[in-house]
Design a protein around this ligand. Sequence first.
Ligand code: HEM
Ligand SMILES: [Cu+2]
Length: 841
Amino acid sequence: MKSVNQEAIEQEPQQLHEDLHDIWGNPKGLKSLTIVNHTTLGLRFMITGMVFFLIGGILAMLVRTQLAMPDQNFMSPEIYNQVTTMHGTVMMFLFAIPMLEGLAIYLIPKMIGARDLVCPRLTSLGYFCYLFGGIILTSSLIIEMAPSSGWFMYTPLSSKEFAPDLGSDFWLLGITFVEISALSAGVELVVSILRTRTQGMALHKMPLFAWYILAMALMIVVGFPPLILGSVLLELERAVGMPFFQIAGGGDPVLWQHLFWLFGHPEVYIIFLPAAGIISTLIPVFAGRPIVGYGWVVAAITIMGFISFGLWVHHMFTIGIPQLAQAFFSAASMLVAVPTAIQVFVWLATLWLGKPKMKLPMLWVMGFLVIFVCGGLTGVMLALVPFNWQVHDTHFVVAHMHYVLVGGMFFPLIAGLYYWLPLFSGRMPSENLGRWGFWLTFLGFNGTFLIMHWTGLLGMPRRIYTYEAGTGWEIFNLLSSVSSFVLSAGIAMVLLDIALHFRFGKPAQHNPWNADTLEWANTMPPSAYNFVSLPRVETRHPLWEDPNLPHTMAEGKHSLAVASHGRREMWGTDPISGSVREIIHLPGNSWWPLFAASALAVVCLSLLTRVYLLAGVFVIIAGIFLLRWSWENGAHPKAAPDAGVKPGDPPLHSRTMDGPGLWAMGIFLIANGSFFLSYLFGWFYLWTVSPEWRMPETPPLSLLLMGVAGVAVLVGSAVMEKLVRGLRQQRDAGLGAGFYLAAALGGLQVGLTGWALWQAELAPTQTSHDAVMLVGLVYALFHGGLAVILTVLQGLRVGYGYVGAHAPFEPGVVTLLWRYNVVTFGLLIAALAVLPRVLGG
Ligand code: HEM
Ligand SMILES: [Cu+2]
């Protein structure tokens, strides 16, 4: 596929720019709400993230003011609990993750030579879910009803009994809403990185930043669903009284801790990986040489991603975990220092062997190295079980945590923002103001948190409202609080510098840092379509090897320099080799993401206010919006009805069997599978561990009904597979009828499952056994129903001529869901109906 589209278009470059702009450009005014472009949405994510950072920062200052001196009552204890809870929550969920995702959304397509992310409307949905969820969550502060049980929401502290008002509900519903956004971004980043790199960019030639983001996105996909499950269960317990976490009903509060840390520990690495990606991008550029040991870094990233999922128990050393488990998780926790150390050595070696230039971004990189290494050392200390018992829940932990989080995330982030600032705005930051900002932040930070190690070792507990005079903690707390104001002054200066530079910064010359990666081949600020023509890339350092590349790209000398069909087009490439497979045609601006997110916001608000009827109605409305959105795919007249490509070009993705949508479905099902496995974990955990758990004498779930339902979904899935096989061989006779047959079988499965549920006469508010069973069956009903609806829609699309041998793509995507349903339904039958009969109570 060497000369794909290589004959340069005779069009003038200027004309080409204008034509591409007509297709890709952003609308203005009210219609700017329909924008799906990754550059714009990435910026929106980052600006919104900064606003939440300011809110979180103000809350931190309130905490430090309260703790500055002993016996203070600057705030009431109730408000103090809300403020600390919201500080942690806002920083972790509304700042760190969305900010880094925003940066990735902005940069990834540019770095891999693509014109946009692969699911542009999903970017927009994700943004609005984040915005609305964040507003709902933070508005709880204004009405003094914020969550107050800590950012980890431990049960029973967060349960109805000890937190009767709405605070916990705000947290649970708001966070779940925000997680939809994180997951959407996770899915599309994975698919984009794997499937839309420009020609020739094989996996081992991909910029390191893309590797880091790939790992982060995969970790989000696997790591966030356990928390979503936990939140759903806890909200069910609070709203209708299903006793998942109450001992008396057969539940167990520790289940919450497991689900929370199953998410919470990987979360720390989800935050750290992209930040380390920034470091690995900047160090080679400022050292003026390629990174030492690219392969080592990739290996370290991969190992880190895997190990981090096996560590969650180290947050629970003091709640009564078996000794063997303690030893195992302690060792595993220390093991994770190895890949971290590999990266640190690689960075140091690169600096050592290069000629580092101490520009402003590098200052932040150096600050990161110092602080992060210290945080890593206290982390290894905490992984030692005996030491952990001593300092558990003291300020030592708060100090450690901020060394890793602020050192490991905030410093790299600012380094990255300064580095990419010229790309965002076309202007340079002020070195002067910037340096002041750095030093104040660095000194203020260490003043605030270094000292907390001492207060911690002196026994000051974390999360306390105040303390008495004479404890010996006074002077340390005062110093810490004063330093925290120095820190804020530094951060304020940085933000001021960034804000001012948009107006007063001096215009940047092209590629001002002499970087090697493709994002700098764009104009500054970037055009909506990123590149006029997409280059072939054979090296890890395209701009170092060919400094003229930006010009030839802008002149349309490379491929896909066409605007003639009015479609948004880019390459779909092989995930490993980067050879071109198809032309991906992307959807344009759309209202549906905003509408769907708004409907979901209404659902969230009506659940909060316990107006369940309204919530139900808006779930349906949101569903209709989402289905309407999916209708404009493939061969829909608004999409690409003609499907014409130039002779010699690869086909449009909707005319293949393996487009990016299939991958998106696959990745989404991985997330879904993580959710389902967490559910099974909960079932077995309560069954084997919970002290008051009782299996009913006679198994309530009819094996016969469930078995027949299982056969129905199996046959339905086989019908779907057969139809897809036919499409592969260009046969589409009886396609529509086939879809309706499969849908009928799916309907049978749903009906029988519903009947089995009805017959079981569960009492989900009495025992957690029945509650867990109910949740599993509802899960199966939902997925069965979804498969039916999507399959019926396929039948309709055949009728409209949008699906058939000429456009065979979509049925394969739906079939993937069928396969998933067969597997999960089988596991559910085994876990809920067969095993209890075999093993007994
Ligand atoms: C900007 C300067 C910051 C200051 C001055 C600050 C200050 C504090 C303080 C004093 C506490 C302890 C509250 C207590 O007694 O429980 C705390 C807790 C916490 N902070 Fe920060 N913080 C800052 C930035 C951040 C950032 C950037 C993050 C995350 C990205 C973060 C995440 C957390 C979390 C998760 C907790 C809860 C700790 C716990 O579980 O006890 N903070 N912060
Ligand atoms: Cu951890």
